[in-house]
Design a protein around this ligand. Structure first.
Ligand SMILES: *Cc1c(COP(=O)(O)O)cnc(C)c1O
Length: 237
């Protein structure tokens, strides 16, 4: 039987170790618990263990959990592909969006952010390995997109997010994370307020932290393996 509380402790220890290896303060790395496919009571257990930020990929599933857990002060992050006709509920119910990859979606999120709420924190998703099948803006187009998104009043542009090509080669993993870090540094010369690199999952968080990750998105290592419907693509999970 998996134990969510023990798993969270183990992941936190792993983050601390990885931070020390590259002489980074462990508090500079935020743990985002990726809770897609998980039941509300599993999130409740994680919350009781001090985990207050959760990431969801599917809008309806996320909205159901936001409603079921309305009594908890959770910071909700949307990390899945965004259909432009579904932006309103994201703008109304989430605190962060990591997967903005085009201006149309950014404009809608900005317009639809309720005026009483602080600007929605957003990261631009970059297709860092330039894979044909992946969502995300291509690296060449990021600067222009960032300039435009930074102007939108309902959004606070925070940084970049990537899901690199799956690789068991630690060096290749690290190269992709380094490329995202370099891209953020380039943007920071014009947009110095950017402070977020959302990168690293259960299988590659050490490499991501070594390259400067400020948010690691961890699902399996906290909640155990997921069971997917057989026809879903990994990119949309
Ligand atoms: C599912 C998912 C994760 C978490 O992956 P694990 O390997 O389970 O840690 C992180 N980021 C995104 C965008 C995801 O879809």
């Amino acid at each position: 039987m998996k134990n969510i509380v023990d798993n969270i402790c183990a992941v936190r220890a792993q983050i601390t170790r990885a931070a020390h290896l590259t002489e980074r303060p462990p508090q500079s790395i935020q743990l985002l618990a990726v809770s897609k496919t998980r039941q509300a009571d599993e999130l409740r257990q994680a919350f009781a263990a001090g985990q207050h930020a959760f990431g969801e990929n599917y809008l309806q599933e996320g909205l159901d959990k936001i409603a079921a857990l309305a009594d908890l002060a959770i910071e909700w992050h949307f990390i899945g592909p965004i259909q432009s006709n579904k932006t309103r509920q994201i703008a109304e119910h989430f605190h962060w969006v990591h997967s903005v990859d085009r201006l149309k979606v950014a404009r809608r999120l900005s317009e639809q952010r309720p005026p009483g709420l602080p600007p929605l924190n957003v990261c631009l998703q970059v297709n860092i390995s330039a894979e044909a099948s992946k969502s995300g803006c291509l690296p060449d187009a990021v600067l222009e997109l960032a300039r435009q998104v930074a102007q939108l009043p309902g959004l606070q542009l925070r940084g970049l997010m990537a899901i690199p090509a799956v690789s068991t080669d630690a060096q290749l993993q690290q190269q992709a994370f380094a490329a995202l870090r370099t891209l953020l540094q380039q943007l920071q010369t014009e947009l110095p307020q950017l402070d977020t690199l959302s990168m690293g999952m259960s299988g590659d968080m050490e490499a991501a932290i070594a390259e400067g990750a400020s948010i690691v998105r961890i699902g399996t290592a906290i909640f155990g393996p997921r069971t997917y419907p057989s026809n879903t693509q990994e990119d949309s999970l």
